[in-house]
Design a protein around this ligand. Structure first.
Ligand SMILES: Cc1ncc(COP(=O)(O)O)c(C=O)c1O
Length: 394
């Protein structure tokens, strides 16, 4: 069999990271629990210190084959990538990526629909270190007007995880590149399965691997993948901040990765079916799903993404009390934060509390759905029953 032929993504997900030196003679990379690695002699101990290379034992904080194999597999998902760092949560991945490029006095640009804790990190931690954050409308088209002399980095999120506006990522990255500004993208919604970021111009692509990569709602994990130019500083920052992921969590994430393609295809089909059904309901004002033309930025999704995942929102007509009653009336959907697992979730969300540039009309009540792997007919029946139980409420 020729190894020259470019492999399809689903194949890469199955084979990625499974190097012989990591797996030995078994299919999966074993869980290497280790703080101390033993050296055969002093010379090899000294050599380890000198090369500071990845992929060889040094000390537990630098990982073991279990973590290296996962990082390797994630790097393989992004054409042009030099490496991937792992973090104990998605938020740790976002903050460490930003810290690897920002300095006091810099301006950070952040899309106004960014995940709320990304904003908290910028408005709290970064501000204390003399870094100013300016928020911008995710649907701005005059990209050039965003930048100033002090702009060092720009954090994008496409689509936003509450209101689902999709940004023109390649155009914003092209403008940033002209000015030497580093582009970072929270790519958790699409994952590299539906959106390879580095070949669209992004410098650092970030995943809350807690969601689709792990896929089973049982591990917190984050990762950042970047190309050669930023790899050393990303890696050094993570090491200096003492970031390490447990081998058990890395093992579970690698296991999740093997089924990412089938899970994402299933999430996509079911979520789209439910989103289209919701469009027909008189109780629904609008459905915010990037693959539907009524979603802001849909054209960018259609141009740049190869698919859509299982998370979307809809605006329910009526009051906040009705939105809460609707969610309470659901039976198959759990009420909880997070998403990307095998189980469906629903919750009312309040974008007005986490944006500053583009106000959200507080009379419009959003319900966010994470569509899991249950049968879509059962999920539709559950939603239909909740609509029935809340008829008559304003
Ligand atoms: C879009 C997005 N990015 C990042 C994160 C943070 O991930 P974690 O919960 O693993 O810290 C989340 C979590 O909900 C998220 O929704």
């Amino acid at each position: 069999m020729s190894s020259e032929k470019p492999r399809k993504t689903a194949t890469q997900l199955v084979t990625g990271g499974r190097k012989k030196e990591f797996t030995g003679s078994v299919v999966n990379v074993p869980v290497w629990r280790a703080s101390t690695h033993l050296y055969c002699d002093v010379a090899s101990l000294e050599a380890g210190k000198e090369t500071n290379a990845d992929g060889r034992f040094f000390y537990g904080r630098r990982g073991s084959p279990t973590q290296w194999a996962l990082a390797d597999a994630l790097t393989g998902m992004e054409p042009g990538a030099a490496g991937t760092m792992l973090y104990p949560s998605g938020v740790a991945a976002i903050s460490c990526a930003l810290l690897s490029v920002l300095r006091p006095g810099d301006v950070l640009l952040m899309t106004d629909n960014a995940y709320d804790p990304s904003r908290s990190f910028a408005d709290g931690f970064l501000k204390r270190f003399g870094i100013e954050t300016r928020y911008f409308d995710p649907l701005i088209t005059d990209y050039g007007s965003l930048f100033c002399e002090r702009t060092r980095a720009i954090l994008l999120e496409a689509p936003g995880s509450l209101t689902f506006e999709v940004q023109d990522v390649p155009a914003i990255c092209a403008e940033a590149k002209k000015r030497g500004v580093v582009t970072l993208l929270d790519n958790t919604w699409a994952t590299p399965y539906f959106f390879t970021a580095l070949n669209k111009g992004v410098d650092m692509t970030i995943l809350a691997a807690t969601k689709y990569i792990v896929g089973h709602s049982d591990v917190m994990l984050g990762c950042v993948t970047t190309h050669e130019k930023y790899w050393t500083r990303l890696r050094q920052t993570a090491q200096q901040l003492g970031q390490i992921v447990s081998p058990d969590d890395a093992f579970l994430a690698s296991r999740g990765l093997r089924t990412l393609a089938v899970r994402m295809n299933a999430h996509e089909a079911s979520a789209l079916k439910i989103a289209r059904w919701l469009q027909t309901r008189p109780e629904v004002e609008t459905v915010l799903h990037p693959a539907l033309p009524e979603c802001p930025g849909h054209a960018f999704w259609a141009r740049d993404f190869t698919g859509s995942s299982g998370l979307f929102s809809f605006v329910l007509k009526g009051s906040k009390a009705k939105a809460a009653a609707f969610v309470d009336a659901l039976d198959l959907f759990g009420i909880g934060y997070s998403w990307g697992g095998f189980e469906s979730l629903a919750l009312p969300v309040h974008p007005e509390t986490c944006r500053s540039e583009v106000p959200w009309d507080t009379s419009r009540n959003i319900i966010r759905l994470q569509i899991g792997l249950e049968d879509s007919d059962d999920l539709i029946a559950d939603l239909e029953s909740a609509f029935g139980q809340t008829t008559g409420l304003d």
